[in-house]
Write a protein that binds this ligand. Structure first.
Ligand code: GTP
Ligand code: MG
Length: 195
């Protein structure tokens, strides 16, 4: 999709704040600092529209980005940030669970993992959680620019094995720096939000 018009319409913590326009929606989930905001910025051709930071845990609310009066991207706050208290973690879990179970316009979830490493316990738990809700899932291995291309296949195998990846889900290697994988991610989004 050629994107010209993007608007952050809401930073929500509760369903009463979710947008009500009814456009299809794709959520992005992953550990703090994995690159969710960066992926959104690449998809919408902006340098820093979705806030990116080297300080983990910056995104604390569900941020709804409206794209071209057609769909929403929802930037889900990162999980696995050690400095967050147990109570805040529980609040976070509640917020995400409420969102996943109540949002009728949610068409799929993109789970980001770091291409350089085996998925963490938190990554595996997130993947299992999303599978439980029977969401169409795309696993994006991001920061691919940080490993040599010759190692991508090996990393893909490691990531899939660690996640117990199901062949009905999809996988794309991506980099916000080189933009490799951008078109493939858009194809997946369009396939799941059109019609
Ligand atoms: P939270 O909002 O804290 O959950 O983090 P996030 O998942 O939104 O991560 P964000 O996009 O803010 O990126 C975190 C850091 O990783 C930033 O310094 C980015 O510049 C960097 N980064 C993200 N994607 C890539 C990538 O593909 N390649 C490289 N080299 N750096 C990246
Ligand atoms: Mg972010």
């Amino acid at each position: 999709m050629e994107v010209h018009n993007v608007e952050l319409v809401m930073s929500a913590v509760a369903p009463s704040q979710y947008p009500t326009t009814g456009y299809p929606e794709v959520a992005l989930a992953g550990r703090s600092n994995v690159g969710k905001s960066s992926l959104i910025n690449v998809l919408i051709n902006r340098n820093s529209y979705a806030r990116t930071s080297s300080q983990p845990g910056k995104t604390q609310t569900l941020n709804f980005y409206k794209v071209e009066e057609q769909l929403y991207f929802v930037d889900v706050p990162g999980y696995g940030y050690a400095k967050v208290s147990k109570k805040d973690r529980e609040k976070w879990g509640q917020m995400i669970e409420t969102y996943l179970t109540s949002r009728e316009t949610l068409r799929g979830v993109i789970i980001l993992v770091d291409a350089r490493h085996a998925p963490t316990k938190d990554d595996v738990a997130m993947y299992e959680w999303m599978r439980y809700y029977q969401m169409p899932l795309l696993v994006v291995a991001t920061k691919s620019d940080k490993i040599p291309r010759g190692k991508w296949n090996k990393q893909e195998s490691l990531i899939k094995k660690t996640l117990n990846f199901q062949p009905t889900d999809d996988f794309i290697a991506f980099s916000a720096k080189t933009k490799v994988g951008k078109d493939a991610v858009w194809d997946w989004i369009e396939a799941h939000t059109v019609g």
